[in-house]
Design a protein around this ligand. Structure first.
Ligand SMILES: Cc1ncc(COP(=O)(O)O)c(C=O)c1O
Ligand SMILES: N[C@@H](Cc1ccc(O)cc1)C(=O)O
Length: 472
């Protein structure tokens, strides 16, 4: 594959490059640093990439959350912010965009996704109830547990195997759902929380076929589906590309069909919606809507702004229409695949297939000389930063935290470093720099030492934990 700022069509007849469907109008300089400087900075940051200053990072692949480049249309919308406390016109634009594109009737804005999760968990979970999810997400599970609910993993087993090439590793295993109902009874289940493009599995989509079956199961048992719609458009793109019957169908229609199987969703707009801040709850359940509106005023702000400025709601509304542009979403997901293909060609172990928002390096295989107690993914993310100033994120034993009942480390099968690609921000030459750094490190992998944790926060420990190298 040519190293150019576009990607090549798979179609052997037409080998022409497809470029990004936008041009760059504003740029932000990047700062290069030396290796010694970075070694000092990561030490000061306790070997945790979350604790680095962004100005010390060269290419920032920590997250795709809130890091998108907004369009000129979104920036123009920011100038039309109606900063009224109540009834801002931008709220009505947001509401209309969600109704039109996601298809849910009622909308409650929140300042970001976890606020929507907080309100939903508190209102919809009775203590002791289970919430089946297609793999955990850190904040979602935390809010389930804070509401005294119990997380239940119902994703297919293939999702826990980084090398398994299943095209829809985000699928739900219906036998696991059946088992839960048989053992605990229907009333022990609060709702099904389904995430498109499952973050912790590597950005893996579910298929429409699987979703239809899950929806039929849920209807039969009277259990609502509440999506975590954070990366739903990326999932819609994979359905378009991989699922029979959907080729050539606009992602906009696919997304609408996906959402039609749910009662509602929580949303972190900081991803698919192409903005730097925001989120919402959307639902067709009027009773839940009324309760959520009552609760949002306690934690976020009035129900027509939910912790957001008018200008932020306008940017989300416009981003919602932009995200369903087929050319945009193809370009976004193909850039992720481009980085994945460079690593794959070099023999670096990554999660296959490559997901929608990030390439996940398999630290277990990359650093096979380190046991999981020495935090291989944490060590690899730190080493990558020292090598090139590229910032990724640990997604392994540190992220998994401790079991609330036993207090023991949870030991996920996946021990990964996530290289997360912000939307419309970097070019493929940046991806080449990232790939070259991973390749160089792979050559020197035996020199990477394990870490010990010297500070461990009680909740969501990966954000602030501190480490030191293990001295042999
Ligand atoms: C799948 C998923 N759900 C929920 C959230 C929570 O969203 P936020 O960061 O906006 O609070 C995130 C990111 O944090 C996410 O990736
Ligand atoms: N949702 C964002 C921010 C985040 C990162 C890690 C987390 O565990 C929680 C939130 C992301 O996935 O990048």
């Amino acid at each position: 594959m040519r190293r150019v700022q576009g990607r090549e069509r798979k179609d052997p007849v037409d080998k022409r490059t497809i470029a990004e469907p936008y041009k760059i109008k504003v740029v932000e300089p990047l700062r290069a640093t030396t290796r010694d400087y970075r070694a000092e900075k990561i030490r000061e940051a306790g070997y945790n990439t979350f604790l680095l200053r962004s100005e010390d990072v060269y290419i920032d692949l920590l997250t795709d959350s809130g890091t998108s480049a907004m369009s000129d249309n979104q920036w123009a919308g920011m100038m039309l912010g109606d900063e009224a406390y109540a009834g801002s016109r931008n709220f009505y634009h947001l509401e209309a965009a969600v109704q039109e594109i996601y298809g849910f009737r009622y909308v409650v804005p929140t300042h970001q996704g976890r606020a929507a999760e907080h309100i939903t968990s508190q209102l919809r979970i009775k203590p002791g109830q289970y919430v089946p999810m297609n793999m955990y997400f850190t904040t979602t599970r935390e809010h389930v547990e804070l509401a005294h609910g119990i997380f239940y993993d119902c994703i297919i087993d293939e999702a826990h195997d980084p090398a398994n090439p299943h095209p829809f590793k985000g699928n739900v295993d219906l036998a696991k759902l059946d088992r839960l109902v048989q053992e605990k009874g229907r009333d022990a289940i609060a709702y099904l929380s389904l995430a498109p493009c499952v973050n912790m599995a590597g950005g893996q989509p579910f298929s429409m076929g699987n979703l239809r079956q899950v929806a039929a199961w849920a209807r039969r048992h009277g259990i609502p589906i509440i999506f975590d719609a954070t990366r739903a458009v990326e999932n819609a793109y994979f359905i378009q590309q991989r699922e029979p019957g959907y080729a050539g169908k606009p992602v906009r229609e696919i997304l609408r069909e996906m959402m039609s199987y749910g009662e509602g969703c929580t949303m972190s707009s900081k991803k698919d919606n192409l903005v730097n801040i925001g989120g919402f709850i959307a639902t067709n359940n009027e009773e839940f809507f009324v309760q959520a509106k009552e609760m949002v005023v306690v934690y976020e702000g009035l129900h027509t702004y939910g912790g957001l400025a008018g200008r932020d709601m306008e940017a989300i509304a416009r981003g919602i229409y932009e995200m369903v542009d087929d050319a945009y979403i193809a370009s976004r997901v193909r850039q992720v695949e481009y980085l994945g293909s460079r690593l794959r060609e070099a023999g670096i172990p990554i999660v296959e297939p490559v997901g929608g928002h990030a390439v996940f390096v398999d630290a277990k295989r990359f650093l096979s000389h380190l046991p999981q107690e020495e935090f291989p993914a944490q060590a690899l993310a730190a080493a990558l930063y020292v090598d090139s100033g590229v910032r990724g994120m640990e997604r392994g034993i540190v992220s998994a935290g401790r079991d609330p009942v036993t207090g023991e480390h949870r030991r996920p099968k996946l021990e990964l470093v996530r290289l997360t690609i912000p939307r419309r921000v970097y070019t493929n030459l940046h991806m080449d720099v990232v790939a070259e750094s991973c390749i160089a490190l792979y050559g020197e992998r035996r020199a990477i030492r394990g870490l010990k944790m010297v500070y461990e926060p009680k909740k969501l420990r990966f954000f602030q934990a501190r480490f030191e190298p293990i001295v042999p």
